[in-house]
Design a protein around this ligand. Structure first.
Ligand code: NAD
Length: 288
């Protein structure tokens, strides 16, 4: 690293808190080194209170850009000059690019999910997806899927604080895309069974399956899962969730959240560098 950094090296940041555990600095710095690109990526412990100054710092220091994560993904919108169509629709940003002082916000989580499916040879364009979730990941995935051409989306969530997010997501998708989106209460098991039966893919985009809910799955009745259904999970730790294990045992093709994680990074990398991240190489380094 010391040999790489010169007076010309451009800085890219990651602004979030807590953030010291993140794999993103390793992911991006290894990719820059592999491709011989003159950038360095550093994580900064930044919360909502420091965010405005930190974003001004991107312009003041001539940084190439930054990732942002929780708790800054929505708050950051008001400090930026422009938004990508997906970021505007999601109402959140995870990637900022600085073009001569103009800061544009992008959201690459949904792109990451769709690219992860593509890499797994799964094509859901023109098809129907049933998805559980209404938080940050679910919103980005639903909106990107609708923008990319998924024909129908059936979204299920419990009636917690996130439910109103899903109401907004459904309204935005129905207003701005050709996708038909419908929201259901996850307690409505009759509709859940019917919608999964009519779908090409079922996706879990909730925290169920991840610590501390790693022993749980929103689907426990294996008769809801037929062998030609694709089952995807946004959770990547554990690599195989209880849902994915159940689906694999039923003969379904399964896609874990690792692809989404890697490809959201690759999509951000592309925004900053206009180059493709060497994803297989990075996957090998991060998940030996
Ligand atoms: P969030 O906190 O914004 O949303 C949480 C969602 O889970 C909500 O829809 C909530 O209703 C639901 N939920 C939580 N506990 C539940 C329960 N007991 N029963 C039913 N529903 C429950 O979280 P998020 O950022 O949207 O993350 C959701 C999942 O996606 C997490 O597991 C996270 O690991 C994963 N994720 C993966 C990636 C990736 O790159 N692969 C990126 C972001 C998030």
């Amino acid at each position: 690293m010391a040999e790489r950094i010169t007076g010309h090296t451009e800085l890219i940041g990651l602004m979030a808190t807590p953030i010291r555990h993140s794999l993103s600095p390793t992911m991006h710095n290894e990719a820059f080194a592999k491709l011989g690109l003159d950038y360095a990526y550093l994580a900064f412990e930044v919360g909502n209170d420091q965010l405005e100054d930190a974003i001004k710092g991107i312009r003041a220091l001539g940084m190439r850009g930054s990732n942002v994560s929780m708790p800054n993904k929505q708050v950051v919108l008001k400090y930026l000059d422009k938004l990508s169509p997906a970021a505007e629709m999601v109402g959140a940003v995870n990637t900022i690019v600085n073009d001569d002082g103009i800061l544009t916000g992008h959201i690459t989580d949904g792109t990451g999910f769709m690219l992860g499916l593509k890499q797994a040879d799964v094509n859901i364009i023109g098809k129907k997806m049933t998805l559980c979730g209404a938080g940050g990941a679910a919103t980005a995935v639903c909106i990107q899927a609708a923008l990319d051409g998924v024909k129908e989306l059936s979204i299920f969530n419990r009636k917690d604080d996130f439910y109103k997010n899903a109401q907004r997501t459904v309204a935005v998708i129905n207003e701005k895309t050709d996708c038909k989106a419908t929201l259901y209460d996850i307690e409505d098991k009759v509709s859940l069974r019917r919608e999964i039966l009519e779908s090409a893919i079922f996706t879990n985009a909730t925290g169920v399956g991840m610590k501390p809910l790693q022993d749980k799955s929103l689907i426990t009745d294996s008769t809801m899962l037929r062998p030609d259904l694709i089952v995807a999970d946004t959770v990547y730790a554990p690599i195989e969730t209880v849902l994915l294990k159940l689906a694999r045992e039923q003969g379904c093709k399964t896609v874990n959240g690792l692809g989404m994680m890697l490809w959201q990074g690759a999509a951000a990398f592309k925004v900053w560098t206009d180059q493709e991240m060497p994803v297989d190489y990075i996957k090998g380094l991060l998940f030996k």
